[in-house]
Design a protein around this ligand. Structure first.
Ligand code: MN
Length: 238
């Protein structure tokens, strides 16, 4: 049976991604590979991770680090001190890889699932309508919300400082009412400090591989989580 295999934030952890794919016995002929975004940056091998995901015809969605890379590649934004994108940016096939990555959407929708990198706005009754046809080089506020949100208020307002957020700012998913969205489960990443979220209608898969945690897959058809440990800690938590 064809499986949808979702993978948490890879962030250049190519070796762990390979181990995870072996562990789930990924079959490129049958299975669909769906990374939650943030394929690149902070980790050791963004180039290798991107080539592998491209070769395996991964689908998935864009994350904030993917947007950052695409904007740096397009000359619209400067590199940051903690970026680990130099090898990727210098590669002969960088343009091709960036073009492939830029064709990922910000949201994927099935009858039973949504896939989004960070989260959904509390006031969106139809997220597909809000996030359709976004250009990753100029994504606009809605797509940036979907790629970055952790905490917000009931109107989607976000704190200036996540770490000092007042109680009015709750994790975005506390506002998510699956019944208003056809009973869909939301698959997402982006919140390594929060770690695995495995609650009714929520599968949060960022288990901080790049910080020395784990890389996590969720196989939708089996409702099964599979992890591999990071080989080491590649980056320090801010
Ligand atoms: Mn992220």
């Amino acid at each position: 049976m064809a499986r949808r295999i979702f993978v948490g934030d890879v962030q250049g952890c190519r070796e762990e991604l390979e181990r995870l794919l072996q562990k789930v016995r990924f079959d490129p002929e049958a299975d669909e590979l769906l990374p939650v975004g943030d394929l690149v940056n902070r980790g050791p091998d963004s180039l290798g991770a991107l080539r592998l995901l491209r070769d395996l015809a991964a689908r998935g969605v864009l994350g904030n680090h993917d947007l950052h890379f695409l904007q740096v590649h397009a000359g619209r934004r400067s590199k940051r001190r903690r970026d680990t994108l130099d090898e990727l940016l210098a590669a002969d096939d960088c343009d091709e890889l960036a073009g492939w990555l830029a064709r990922r959407p910000f949201l994927r929708v099935w009858d039973d699932l949504y896939l989004v990198h960070a989260g959904l706005h509390p006031e969106w009754s139809d997220p597909a309508r809000e996030l359709d046809g976004v250009d990753p080089i100029e994504p606009g506020a809605k797509a940036v919300f979907a790629a970055r949100v952790r905490r917000c208020d009931p109107a989607g307002g976000q704190p200036a400082d996540e770490d000092r957020a007042a109680a009015a700012y709750r994790p975005w998913f506390e506002y998510y009412d699956a019944a208003a969205h056809g009973g869909r489960t939301v698959v997402f990443g982006h919140w390594a400090m929060r770690g695995l979220v495995n609650e009714p209608h929520l599968r949060g898969l960022d288990t901080g591989c790049v910080w020395g945690g784990k890389l996590t897959a969720w196989i939708a058809e089996e409702d099964r989580l599979v992890h591999v440990d990071a080989a080491r800690r590649y980056a320090k938590v801010e």
